[in-house]
Design a protein around this ligand. Structure first.
Ligand code: ADP
Length: 500
C-alpha cells in the first residue's frame, strides 16, 4: 500500500508563496518589457520619420520636374520610372546612410510604381513595382496621411514610417522608411537580459527570505516540541527561557510564555498530587496511631484526675498527678496537630470571617514584628464573604506564614498582607522582602518535615497545604532569590452571604 506523504504546512505555504511570487514577478517583468519595447519602437519610428522629413525637403524642390516626367507621353512607363529614379536615387542614398539597416523610397501614384528605393543593392529590385491593393501604403490614400507601425511589406516584416506627398494640394505619391523587425528586436536584447537578471535576483532573494522564515517557524515549533518533551519527562526547562536561549522570533513569544505558565502549573499540580498521595498514606497511618493512643491517654488522664481527687492529703502526690495530667494534655494537643496534617480533624465547618481571623493573628504577632524590625502593610477588602473553615486551624496557617516571612528577613524588612475577593473565593497574599526560596528546594517546601532551619519542624507548610486542600482551596507561592516571596491562599466561598 502506498503511504500518504505527511502534511507539511510550511512546504505548502512555501509553494503558494513561490507561485504567487512568480506570477507577480512575471507580470512586473512583462509590464517593464512592454514599456521598454514601446520606447525602443518609438525611437526607431522617430529616426525613420527624420530620414523621411529630410528626404522630403529635397524631394519637394523636384516635384515639378517629377510631375513633368510622370506625364510625359513621349516616354513609356519604364523610361519614366528610370528618369525619376535617376533624379531621386542619389538623394535617397544620401539620407538612408544616416540610419544603418534602414530603407527609404518614393512611390509615384501617377505611375503606380516604386521610383526610388535605397539602399540600391538591397532594394533595387523593387524599382517599378506596383503595390498590391492590400499593401499598407495603399491605405494611406483612403485613410490618414501618416503611418507609424510594424507591418508586413515587400521587404518583409518591418517597423515603418510612411506619409503622403502633396503637389499643388493633391497627393501624388508617398515616401517611406523602414527597418527590419530583427534590428528592432536586437535592440531589445540588452533590455530583456537586464529585466531577466533583475527578476532572477528578485526570485532568488525572495526564495532565500522564504526559506529563512520557514526555517525559523520550523525551528520554533521544534523548540516548543522539545519543551513539551521535557515537560512530559517531568523536568521542564521553562519555555520563557527557551525564547532567549534559542533566539525564538518575537511572534512566538506569547505562545512560549503561555506554555511556560502552563508547564509551571502542571509541575505545581504534579507536585501537589505527589504530596497529597504521600499525605493520604501518612494520614491513614497517623489516624490509626492517634486513634490507638487517644483511648489509653484518656484513661491515663482520667486515672490521674481520680488519683488527684482521692489523695488530697499528700501534696507530693497531688503534684505528681498534676504533672501526669499536664503531660497528657500536651500529648493530646500534639495529637490534634498531627490530625490537622492527617486530615482527620473534627468540627471544621463554621463560617469564618477572614478579616477577623487576620486581625486576631496580627494582634498576636505585632510585638514579634516590632522586635524583628519588620514593617507591616495590611489591605483587606470590604465586605469579604465568610469562608467555611476551622477558625483555629486557619489562624494557625496565617501564623505559620507570618512566622516564615519574619524568619526569612533576619535583618528586618516588609510584609504586605492583602485579602480580596477573587476567582469565586477569597484570595489572601502574604508578601515578604526576605531572602526568597532557592529554586532547587521550591518543589519540596510543602512536603512534611521538610525544613532548611536548624530549629524548624517542616510541619507548618505541609499542615497549611493539607488544610487548604481539604477546604477545596489552593496554596502556592512566587519567589525570587534575594528579593522575596509571596504566598497565596485561594479559599473557596460556599455560602452566598457577605461579611457585614
Ligand atoms: P519550618 O518553618 O519549620 O522550616 P515550614 O513547612 O513552615 O517549616 O517551611 C518549610 C521551608 O520552606 C522552610 O524551612 C524554608 O526553607 C521555606 N520557607 C517557607 N516560607 C518561606 C519564606 N517566606 N521565605 C523563605 N523560605 C521560606
Amino acid at each position: 500500500m502506498r503511504s500518504k506523504s505527511p502534511y507539511s504546512l510550511t512546504r505548502r505555504l512555501g509553494l503558494v508563496f513561490v507561485i504567487t511570487l512568480l506570477l507577480i514577478v512575471a507580470q512586473l517583468g512583462y509590464v517593464k518589457y512592454a514599456r521598454i519595447s514601446d520606447r525602443i519602437l518609438e525611437d526607431e519610428l522617430n529616426t525613420l520619420q527624420n530620414i523621411v522629413y529630410r528626404f522630403e525637403a529635397d524631394l519637394s524642390g523636384l516635384l515639378d520636374v517629377i510631375h513633368k516626367i510622370e506625364t510625359d507621353e513621349s516616354l513609356d512607363r519604364e523610361d519614366r520610372v528610370l528618369a525619376i529614379n535617376t533624379l531621386l536615387q542619389p538623394v535617397a542614398e544620401l539620407h538612408v546612410a544616416e540610419a544603418p539597416s534602414s530603407a527609404l523610397g518614393y512611390y509615384s501614384r501617377h505611375l503606380e510604381a516604386v521610383v526610388a528605393a535605397s539602399p540600391w543593392d538591397e532594394m533595387g529590385d523593387t524599382l517599378g513595382v506596383t503595390l498590391e491593393p492590400d499593401h499598407p501604403s495603399e491605405q494611406l490614400y483612403s485613410g490618414g496621411p501618416i503611418q507609424r507601425h510594424i507591418s508586413e511589406v515587400l521587404r518583409g516584416h518591418v517597423a515603418r514610417y510612411a506619409r503622403l506627398v502633396y503637389w499643388q494640394g493633391h497627393p501624388v505619391g508617398h515616401t517611406w522608411a523602414s527597418i527590419p523587425i530583427e534590428v528592432y528586436y536586437s535592440k531589445l536584447t540588452p533590455a530583456i537580459t537586464r529585466i531577466s537578471l533583475v527578476l532572477l535576483i528578485a526570485i532568488a532573494s525572495f526564495t532565500l527570505l522564504l526559506r529563512f522564515v520557514l526555517k525559523e517557524i520550523t525551528r520554533s515549533t521544534e523548540t516548543l516540541g522539545e519543551e513539551m518533551d521535557s515537560l512530559a519527562s517531568g523536568s521542564p526547562t521553562y519555555a520563557h527561557q527557551a525564547t532567549t536561549d534559542h533566539g525564538v522570533p518575537v511572534e512566538f513569544h506569547p505562545l512560549f510564555r503561555r506554555f511556560a505558565q502552563m508547564s509551571k502549573r502542571v509541575q505545581r499540580l504534579t507536585n501537589e498530587l505527589a504530596q497529597s498521595t504521600r499525605l493520604a498514606a501518612f494520614g491513614e497511618l497517623a489516624t490509626v496511631i492517634v486513634h490507638d493512643i487517644k483511648n489509653p491517654l484518656a484513661a491515663i488522664t482520667a486515672t490521674a484526675q481520680l488519683g488527684k481527687i482521692t489523695a488530697p492529703e499528700s501534696a507530693k502526690c497531688q503534684e505528681r498527678f498534676e504533672h501526669i495530667i499536664e503531660a497528657s494534655e500536651e500529648l493530646d494537643n500534639y495529637l490534634k496537630k498531627l490530625l490537622v496534617i492527617a486530615k482527620d480533624r473534627e468540627g471544621c465547618g463554621e463560617p469564618v470571617s477572614i478579616a477577623s481571623v487576620i486581625k486576631n493573628t496580627l494582634y498576636l504577632w505585632e510585638p514579634m514584628l516590632d522586635r524583628n524590625d519588620v514593617r507591616l502593610e495590611v489591605s483587606i477588602a470590604d465586605a469579604l464573604p465568610p469562608v467555611t473553615a476551622d477558625r483555629a486551624a486557619l489562624q494557625q496557617v496565617f501564623l505559620n506564614l507570618l512566622k516564615n516571612a519574619v524568619e526569612a528577613m533576619p535583618s528586618g524588612g516588609k510584609i504586605v498582607l492583602a485579602a480580596a475577593q477573587r476567582r469565586d473565593g477569597v484570595q489572601i497574599s502574604i508578601l515578604d522582602t526576605g531572602h526568597g526560596i532557592p529554586e532547587d528546594i521550591q518543589p519540596s517546601i510543602f512536603e512534611k518535615f521538610f525544613t532548611t532551619k536548624d530549629q524548624g519542624t517542616g510541619v507548618g507548610l505541609a499542615a497549611a497545604h493539607a488544610f487548604v486542600s481539604e477546604l477545596g482551596g489552593e496554596i502556592w507561592f512566587e519567589s525570587t532569590s534575594g528579593e522575596g516571596t509571596t504566598f497565596y491562599l485561594q479559599l473557596p466561598v460556599r455560602s452566598s452571604s457577605v461579611e457585614g
